[in-house]
Design a protein around this ligand. Structure first.
Ligand code: FES
Length: 198
């Protein structure tokens, strides 16, 4: 019978073993190469991510605190001499514009009150017939010029800085004036106007 298997130690076996070793080494090199490529791509990716974060930082945009409230003539005094409250910017800015006396300082003029109750921050309502602000949450009442007289709020409403720029009233909600600190005497808290003769 003819034996087809190669004799042990023949050149055929040597070649096959050598090829197998080479192929395993090639595969190892391939895996190593892929590993390095992964590291490289990871590095490039995180570098690009940092670059994008640097070029487009996450910024919180705060709404502007100053707003234009139009000409002073938009806020005439009440012809009967009462304190006149304008609610033009109550919804959009939580601000009342008031024209009239301020009995706490003895001045007369235009001033603005922040429509935030000094108890727990609800928005009071202006009750024209009763000439007072009334907080719907726990019942604090404030006179038209901002001083509290009933309910749990511990202090008057806050006034806001106002001035005239290019003929327009500009109110800055970032700058407040508190009665209990004596700040209602400060110039920015009121624009004085002539007291009407009734
Ligand atoms: S929040 Fe106005 S009385 Fe409490």
């Amino acid at each position: 019978m003819f034996d087809a298997s190669p004799p042990v130690g023949s050149p055929t076996w040597t070649v096959s073993t050598t090829m197998s070793l080479e192929s395993r080494m090639d595969r190892r090199k391939l895996f190593l190469g892929l590993g390095w490529l992964g590291v490289l791509l990871g590095g490039v990716g995180s570098g690009l991510f940092m670059l994008v974060r640097f070029l487009f930082p996450r910024v919180l945009y705060e709404p502007p605190t100053r707003f234009k409230a139009g000409a002073l003539s938009n806020y005439p005094p009440d012809p009967t001499g009462k304190i006149k409250v304008y609610e033009t910017f109550k919804t959009s800015e939580r601000v009342w514009i008031v024209h009239g006396d301020d009995p706490t300082t003895g001045k007369h003029g235009i001033y603005s009150l922040l429509a935030v109750c000094t108890h727990l921050g609800c928005t009071p309502r202006w009750l024209e017939n009763e000439a007072k602000f009334k907080c719907p949450c726990h019942g604090t009442g404030f006179y038209a010029y901002g001083v509290n007289f009933e309910g749990p709020a511990p202090r008057p409403l806050e006034k806001l800085d106002l001035r005239v720029e290019d003929g327009e009233l500009v109110i800055d909600k970032a700058k407040t004036y508190r009665w209990e600190r004596g700040e209602w005497e400060r110039p920015g808290s009121i624009i004085e106007t002539p007291r009407p003769i009734v």
